[in-house]
Design a protein around this ligand. Structure first.
Ligand code: UD1
Ligand code: CA
Length: 452
């Protein structure tokens, strides 16, 4: 099978410099959704017809299995498909998809291909308001006769509610002949792909239709309004899949998945969370409201309180994180680690049962087990030019408001007194304090306001 994806249109109504087919739904370009679905059908040839914003479109969608056909001028959908003709395998079926219709399912396309096995098949849908679409004209016996565009339709034809979604499957050799005989003597002066339906009927070739499971499968994007509507529809579908699979969502209308969210059993997700890239939540993970997780793995039983932001991090089981925790790339937390409010961790490993519960910066650090990092602790990892490592061994206690000037090491079982500025290694099992001695001056008096 050949698949041709039409993506040459400009999308004027998007009011954007970005070509229409590159606008994202669920964090992924519209046309990329179409390509990803197309790939699951295992086509012999996958051709994208591009035009407007060609360089950006090609750069964004490039892949080894994609062939490109340029349509320099947009002279209609028939003209667009004709640009791909030289690259099509003649003996096979051709499936035409639109780069701005992202949510059609593979199951629906398979039904369409099946319906078109010995002829031409059109994916159609009945719309309450068919305005703007090409209408399916049928004869008294209910057989498809032709497709008429809105702008060319009679008043009577405009009352037809079954519309052409634009998605079609046809025998490639016949397609080549039909495209060669298309005329542009219509209201828009375009070469309509839809005219091949009338040609097929004239030649006695069977023309059949198939329908999608849901209207959303064939919705296209022409404006930011439609883009936003499609995003909500898609997110609702994803939320329903999560619910069906056993995830508890506080509100299926308030979750956004922009990538792949994998999960174990008894996972709960509160409102307003955003999951990007590859996220994996283990059994019984609990995610509080308004968290953003990007490329994160969370071990079973870990609880994440509200307003956390995690990126490129691996979190062990039974952790207690947040509220307001930030894990930056390269963070690895062992089992039962606690990271509390306003703690930032970057490129650091923190082993089992260690805690940093309040107001700390941990960057480029290796922290052992059962370490307590006091409030306000900072690893001074950056000297203005280079980053350096801080090593804190097992069972260390770091007093509040300490600074560890890297490279530096705190030996196993050591204690740092509060307010320590550590510039040399701290020996194990010893109290290290760097602050000045506390004085109490008995003869001292507060300054008095001078009278004028
Ligand atoms: C087309 C169909 C119409 C159908 C509707 C569904 C035709 C003549 N009409 O109308 O029956 O109901 O889609 O949405 O086919 N494109 C190109 N090159 C071109 C023209 C279009 O690549 O020269 C691409 C567009 O980028 C878009 C798709 O083809 O992805 C459809 O084009 P559009 O102009 O939106 O077609 P409609 O007039 O909506
Ligand atoms: Ca359209």
């Amino acid at each position: 099978m050949n698949i041709v994806i039409l993506a040459a249109g400009q999308g004027k109504r998007m009011h954007s410099n970005l070509p229409k087919v590159l606008h994202p739904v669920a964090g992924k370009a519209l046309a990329q959704h179409v390509i990803d679905t197309a790939r699951t059908l295992d086509p012999a040839r996958l051709i994208v017809v591009y035009g407007h914003g060609g360089d950006a479109v090609r750069a964004s969608l490039a892949a080894d299995d994609i062939r490109w056909a340029e349509q320099a001028q947009q002279l209609g959908t028939g003209h667009a498909v004709a640009q791909a003709l030289p690259q099509l395998a003649d003996a096979a079926q051709t499936l035409v998809l639109y780069g701005d219709v992202p949510l059609t399912t593979a199951a629906t396309l398979k039904r369409l291909l099946q319906a078109g096995k010995d002829g031409l098949a059109v994916l159609t849908v009945d719309l309450a308001d068919p305005t703007g679409y090409g209408r399916m004209v049928r004869d008294a016996a209910g057989q498809v006769v032709r497709i008429v565009e809105e702008k060319d339709a009679s008043a009577e034809e405009k009352t037809i509610r079954e519309v052409n979604t634009g998605i079609m499957a046809m025998p490639t050799a016949r397609l080549a002949e039909w495209l060669g005989s298309l005329k542009n003597n219509n209201a828009q002066g375009e070469y309509y792909l839809t005219d091949i339906v009338g040609l097929a009927v004239g030649e006695g070739l069977p023309v059949r239709t198939a329908q999608p499971q849901g209207e959303w499968e064939v919705l296209g994007v022409n404006s930011k309004v439609q883009l936003a509507e499609l995003e909500r529809q898609h997110q609702r579908n994803l939320a329903d899949q999560l619910l069906v699979a056993g995830v508890r969502l506080a509100d299926p209308a308030r979750i956004d998945v922009r990538g792949e969210l994998r999960h174990g059993r008894d996972v709960a997700i509160d409102v307003g969370c955003v999951f990007e890239g590859q996220v994996e939540l283990g059994d019984a993970v609990d995610v509080g409201p308004y968290c953003v997780l990007k490329n994160v793995t969370v071990g079973a039983g870990t609880r994440i309180a509200a307003f956390c932001h995690f990126e490129d991090a691996v979190i062990g089981p039974d952790g207690v994180l947040g509220p307001y925790a930030r894990l930056r790339p390269g963070t690895e937390l062992g089992p039962e680690v606690h990271i509390g409010n306003f703690v930032e961790v970057k490129k650091s490993r923190i082993a089992a049962q260690s805690k940093a519960n309040h107001l700390a910066y941990i960057g480029d650090a290796e922290i052992g087990q059962r370490v307590n990092v006091g409030a306000g602790t900072i690893t001074c990892n950056y000297d203005g030019a280079n980053k350096h490592l801080t090593v804190i061994e097992d069972d260390v206690f770091i007093g509040s408001d300490s600074q560890l000037v890297a490279p530096v090491r705190v030996g196993r079982g050591a204690t740092l007194g509060a307010g320590t500025t550590l510039t040399k290694d701290a020996p194990p099992d010893t109290l290290t304090v760097s602050r000045a001695k506390q004085l109490s001056l008995s003869g001292w008096a507060r300054p008095q306001k001078t009278r004028k």
